[in-house]
Write a protein that binds this ligand. Structure first.
Ligand SMILES: Nc1ncnc2c1ncn2[C@@H]1O[C@H](COP(=O)(O)OP(=O)(O)OP(=O)(O)O)[C@@H](O)[C@H]1O
Ligand SMILES: [Mg+2]
Length: 258
């Protein structure tokens, strides 16, 4: 089968049952992502970005349409997917390193084989000294970074990231963006990266998908053909500015604040 996209989302709609009745979160959304592609998803608050990630991670069924990963319908959580949630959701009674190892336990793999890798990843996200601390002893941004290490521990082919840098200070955010680019350059994972930051979306992506306000549907897809590795100078280049401006116009003045 030539050219089957790794992620193949075709006309999905998602409905939540709420206390106030059914709520349409996504409507007729199409999204194709090739193997090894880095795709940023951007859109206003409440437009369904996390819902889309829930569908791809197998945590939320679709009401209409189909969602396939590597050729098969997504029916539940799978071992080739890593997720970095919008909220870090660490287990409060487990140490940071034990939290990073949670996907390994869930997959029934021997944690002893992954401890060194967990330490490496904690080092990478700047938490080397906090491996044996409890989550409540970490700041929000530190917990979020532990969540990033947890998403990478089983070396998934597909990485889903829901605003992973939202709680970080500007410098740490910049450093983590650079780290993510080098992880991607080294591993060529298929990445779906949700963000509110236009510069972050452009800097990292091969392609940017813009969602409309709720119910979310795709309103624009922009390829980013800027050479890699991208550097801080890239941020000042005309080609970068052109794409960022296009997105800013599409998203309206409110999102341009980010
Ligand atoms: N568990 C839920 N039950 C009911 N409705 C929900 C649930 N989760 C989300 N929604 C609704 O679905 C819509 C989309 O939510 P979602 O969390 O996907 O938005 P988002 O784009 O990720 O927003 P944000 O940028 O604020 O994180 C929202 O209008 C919200 O009210
Ligand atoms: Mg969200």
């Amino acid at each position: 089968m030539a050219n089957v996209p790794t992620l193949d989302i075709d006309g999905i709609s998602v409905v939540y049952q709420t206390t106030q009745g059914p709520l349409l979160a996504l409507r007729g959304l199409d999204l194709k992502i090739e193997k090894g592609q880095f795709v940023s998803v951007i859109g206003s608050s409440g437009c369904g970005k996390s819902t889309l990630l829930r569908v791809v991670s197998g945590l939320m069924p679709v009401s209409e349409g189909s969602a396939k990963l590597s050729g098969s319908a997504i029916t539940g959580p799978r071992s080739d997917v890593g997720i970095v949630f919008q909220q870090p959701t660490l287990l409060p009674w487990k140490t940071v390193i034990e939290n990073v190892l949670v996907p390994i336990r869930a997959l029934g793999l021997p944690t002893a084989n992954y401890r060194a890798r967990a330490e490496e990843l904690l080092e990478l996200v700047g938490l080397g000294k906090f491996a044996n601390h409890l989550p409540r002893e970490l700041s929000g941004g530190m917990q979020q970074r532990a969540g990033i290490a947890r998403g990478l521990i089983h070396d998934p082919a597909v990485l889903l990231m829901d605003e992973p840098f939202a709680a970080l200070d500007a410098l740490t955010r910049e450093r983590m963006t650079m780290e993510l680019q080098s992880i991607w350059l080294n591993t060529r994972k298929t990445v779906v990266f949700i963000t509110h930051s236009i510069p972050e979306a452009v800097f990292l992506a091969d392609k940017i998908v813009v969602l409309s306000g709720r119910p979310g549907t795709k309103v624009l897809e922009v390829p980013v053909d800027i050479a890699r590795p991208r550097t801080l100078e890239t941020l000042a280049s005309p080609e970068f500015g052109k794409i960022a401006n296009q997105l800013r116009q599409m998203l309206g003045a409110s999102s341009a604040m980010h």
